[in-house]
Design a binder for this molecule. Structure first.
Ligand code: NAD
Length: 496
């Protein structure tokens, strides 16, 4: 049997063992109602597995077990280097099983296999980054103040909830759990119902490598049931939510009722500002790669392409030519450059926005629409699309979450900035020019969490990644900012 065949056999084995349950306190956690939900392969439309839909009482049980692990299992009191040994051990095991996890992720999300491999690598890098950072933290600082002896100390909070979306399930699971665990908290993770498989697999690995029971818990289920129950649990010490602004508001409201601090990483409607001194073919190529990366289902993507008038026509020709050549195919087939969207619902959303945008008068540069992939008649495939015209158009204002870009010309730097910032979102924009001084100025003037220069989708460990306005609140992930969030501070003071 080839290694590819034995990998497929192993995945088949994992998926065929009946409904997959959640995981809490080191044990399987089934739904108390017995309800399950199906998970599909977006590339073929075939069912991959059934997963338990955990109910409110199951979620409460998981939080309770995570709380006991925090209080009793001495996880929080372990010296940080000993705690981080567990993180490294788990990470080393993920690295060993990278081919399997990447294949599973690719099947579950419809993600091009190479991109799924990059996501798994990102998980590995995230775990190692936070394990190392935590070991170098100064957790007690003596403060020199007049007439007092004072110190500021940092401790882990307790149980941290993490609700994750479907577009980067394994990668975002890492962003959620790594800083929380490194700081000494325990975690309850709720994966998205469309893509729970790699997170559930990770839960089993946690057990296998000997993590103390209850430190890592995973509660699969539907958003309105399982996610809502986790958000409403008053025993959480912190919550991290990544997903849409609409659900973010609901989660924040629930957390607000219990005064649980919440970090939100939400959607975006990023701009790419392309000046006329740029290498047009190169910028066109990179932006086409960005909008077709994971079929445009990327929160920080550039979906509004603002182009300076002298090069507007040339840019439009370059991008439309390149977009038509993108090879759409089954995610693990060699040669596929763009896979399906995650679900039938997401496919309807993308096609619906195209229809609404065109209905509101957008010019059609590339009409997009449903795509056919040979041998996969039931996969959720769409073609890349390009619209142009007024930036008041619905397709220019709302997050579509598909391979659709919206073009508009601009005159001056001021005009470009006004257009880029005229959005309720504030996640990530990019500026493209050979004048690096101008790039720096424009990038810093974006009202967004991230300003990128001559590139898009640049997310690097050590650099805070976050959003403002409707794109989120609560500090940048992947950096020291996040790790600090996972410690509660206490000031200790004695008058002299
Ligand atoms: P979503 O908001 O529909 O779901 C996100 C998660 O919330 C899922 O696990 C879902 O089950 C859960 N959920 C749904 N209803 C809930 C409720 N009532 N209470 C609690 N939880 C609930 O988002 P999605 O469709 O899975 O993901 C796409 C969105 O995520 C886009 O808006 C995208 O921009 C955003 N996103 C943001 C980032 C970032 O870092 N800023 C990263 C990835 C995705």
């Amino acid at each position: 049997m080839s290694s590819e065949q034995s990998l497929q056999a192993e995945i088949k084995d994992i998926l065929s063992q009946g409904p997959i349950s959640g995981f809490a306190g080191g044990e399987e956690l089934a739904s108390s109602s017995g309800e399950t939900f199906p998970v599909y392969d977006p590339g073929s439309g075939e069912k991959l597995a059934d997963v338990h839909n955990l109910q409110a009482e199951d979620v409460d049980r998981a939080v309770e077990l995570a709380g006991q692990a925090f209080e009793n299992a001495e996880w929080a009191d372990l010296p940080v280097n000993e705690r981080c040994v567990y993180l490294h051990r788990l990470t080393d095991e993920v690295e060993k099983r990278k081919p399997l996890i990447s294949h599973l992720e690719s099947m579950d999300c419809g993600k091009i296999l190479g991109q799924a491999e990059d996501d798994v690598q990102n998980f590995i890098d995230t775990m190692r980054y936070f394990a190392d950072l935590a070991q170098n933290m100064q957790l007690r600082t003596v403060l020199a103040v007049k007439g007092h002896e004072a110190a500021y100390a940092r401790h882990p909070w307790g149980v941290c909830g993490s609700i994750v979306p479907w577009n980067f399930p394994f990668l975002l699971c890492g962003w959620g759990i790594a800083p929380a665990l490194a700081a000494g908290n325990t975690v309850v993770v709720k994966p998205a119902e469309d893509t729970p498989l790699t997170t559930l697999y990770l839960a089993r690995m946690v057990k296998e490598i000997g993590f103390p029971d209850g430190v890592v818990n995973v509660v699969p289920g539907l958003g309105g049931v399982t996610g809502a129950a986790l958000s409403a649990n008053s025993k959480l010490s912190r919550m991290s939510f990544t997903g849409s602004p609409d659900v973010g508001r609901l989660v924040a409201a629930e957390c607000g009722r219990n005064l649980v601090p919440v970090k939100l990483e939400l959607g975006g409607k990023g701009a790419a500002v392309v000046f006329d001194d740029v290498d047009v073919p190169e910028a066109a190529q990179k932006l086409v790669e960005a909008i077709t990366f994971h079929t445009g289902q990327v929160c920080c993507d550039a979906t509004r392409w603002l182009v300076q008038k002298p090069v507007y026509d040339e840019f439009v020709n370059e991008v439309s030519e390149r977009m038509q050549k993108v090879v759409i195919g089954y995610p693990s087939d060699e040669g596929s450059a763009m896979g399906p969207v995650v679900s039938e619902k997401q496919k309807s959303r993308v096609l619906g926005y195209l229809e609404k945008g065109i209905g509101e008068g957008a010019e059609v540069v590339l009409e997009g629409g449903a795509a056919e992939v040979e041998g996969r008649p039931d996969g959720y495939y769409v073609k890349p699309a390009l619209l142009a015209g007024s930036l008041d158009n619905v397709a220019a204002r709302e997050e579509i979450f598909g391979p659709v870009a919206y073009l508009a010309p601009f005159d001056s730097e001021a005009d470009a900035l006004a257009k880029a910032n005229d959005t309720p979102y504030g996640l990530a924009n990019s500026v493209w020019s050979s004048d690096l001084g101008r790039c720096q100025r424009v990038a810093e003037s974006f009202v967004a969490g991230n300003g990128w220069i001559n590139s898009h989708n640049v997310v690097v460990h050590g650099v805070p990644y976050g959003g403002v306005k409707q794109s989120g609140m609560g500090g940048g992930v992947g950096s020291l900012e996040t790790l600090l969030d996972y410690y509660r501070g206490i000031s200790v003071i004695r008058p002299l």
